[in-house]
Design a protein around this ligand. Structure first.
Ligand SMILES: NC(=O)c1ccc[n+]([C@@H]2O[C@H](COP(=O)([O-])OP(=O)(O)OC[C@H]3O[C@@H](n4cnc5c(N)ncnc54)[C@H](OP(=O)(O)O)[C@@H]3O)[C@@H](O)[C@H]2O)c1
Length: 318
């Protein structure tokens, strides 16, 4: 990736996280120079894997920056032509969500304005799309559907509030500044981990395979592979036609069907014994992203690669 003879420099926030690690890997493989922000560059458990990525020694620089540390963010984006904002608290344990997600996004985008960055991709979530009780149940949710913030506050779903507020804030920058901001909204992201610490969404498959014979909710989920998510983020970054928000969901699966598939593929694990009555269908469409050129791999490939990765990481033994 060259710009006037020089390799293009891109900043990735929260570089050591599950999704961001794949984004950094993809950028490095395509010849970009990468500035990765992490909260603690000396934390080898969280960030050691980044240094082992191909081309990392020459082309990856880590910067210490919390999302609430505006000066740290400014130092990280200096000299970059683009930024991929991936960092945001993802609930695994109860953590403070709103401040890092919303103020953090503002800090990142203000740092981008100061550095005269041209293009930004913000990783949002379908959490900012689907929590809308007024959307017609027979219509697939597209990018015009926004989560109802007041409804989510009422049911105390703070992750959905945080992602919706952060995405709306991010898209507002495109309207009122020179910054070109595009957002990508994935559903549950699964697939192999590059990092050594377990992230929240990897528990999704793991928990069904380590079940103690419980009754689980039979509901619809959108699913996407972490590598296809990284491709979508880079496509949104590189394609000059990209604008607004993009739902990035490959498959809609119902819990019961997913568990049956897992059982067929990996019979020697402990699965839920029964399911609640099925609820209304959730439908998401990624047509807009596909029109931009996005493709995704078969679900079976994602499952095999994810489970193999969990086995190799010893995640079934505890
Ligand atoms: N995984 C999914 O299923 C999914 C689905 C839809 C959208 N997303 C979005 O994708 C993005 C990445 O999620 P992920 O699954 O990769 O989660 P993850 O592995 O937990 O990564 C989250 C990253 O955010 C960083 N972070 C959190 N709070 C921060 C703060 N105050 N300052 C600086 N960095 C902070 C974390 O840094 P530390 O390592 O220092 O904690 C970590 O690098 C998030 O924006 C998430 O909302 C994820």
């Amino acid at each position: 990736m060259e710009e006037s003879g020089e390799k293009q420099r891109v900043c990735v926030t929260g570089a050591g996280g599950y999704v961001a690690s794949w984004v950094v890997k993809l950028l490095l493989s395509k010849g970009y120079m990468v500035h990765g922000t992490v909260r603690d560059p000396s934390d080898e458990t969280k960030n050691g894997h980044l240094k082992k990525l191909e081309n990392a020694v020459e082309n990856l620089q880590l910067f210490k920056a919390d999302l609430l540390d505006y000066e740290g963010l400014c130092a990280a984006v200096a000299g970059c032509t683009g930024l991929l904002h991936v960092a945001s608290p993802v609930p695994y344990q109860r953590v403070e969500l709103l401040e890092p997600a919303v103020t953090g996004t503002k800090n990142v985008l203000n740092a981008c304005l100061k550095a005269k960055i041209k293009k930004v991709v913000v990783v949002s979530s379908v959490a900012a799309v689907y929590m809308n009780p007024n959307w017609p149940t027979d219509r697939a949710m597209d990018e015009s559907c926004w989560t109802d913030i007041e409804y989510c506050k009422g049911i105390e779903n703070w992750y959905c509030v945080s992602k919706t507020m952060a995405e709306a804030e991010a898209l507002g920058y495109t309207k009122r500044s020179e910054l070109n901001v595009v957002t990508v909204c994935p559903p549950i992201i699964i697939g192999p981990m590059l990092q050594s610490t377990l992230n929240a969404s990897s528990l999704f498959l793991l928990n069904y395979m380590k079940d103690k014979g419980n009754t689980v909710e039979d509901i619809d989920y959108g699913i996407v592979d972490v590598r296809d998510t990284a491709e979508a983020i880079l496509l949104a970054y590189e394609n000059p036609e990209a604008e607004g928000r993009y739902i990035c969901s490959s498959y809609m699966v119902r819990t019961r069907d997913l568990v049956e598939k897992l059982k067929r593929m990996f019979p020697n694990y402990n699965y839920p014994q029964s399911f609640t009555e099925a609820k209304d269908n959730l439908k998401l469409t990624s047509e807009k992203l596909q029109k931009l050129g996005w493709n995704y791999r078969p679900l079976e490939e994602t499952i095999v690669d994810a489970v193999t990765n969990y086995e190799e990481s010893g995640l079934f033994s505890h």
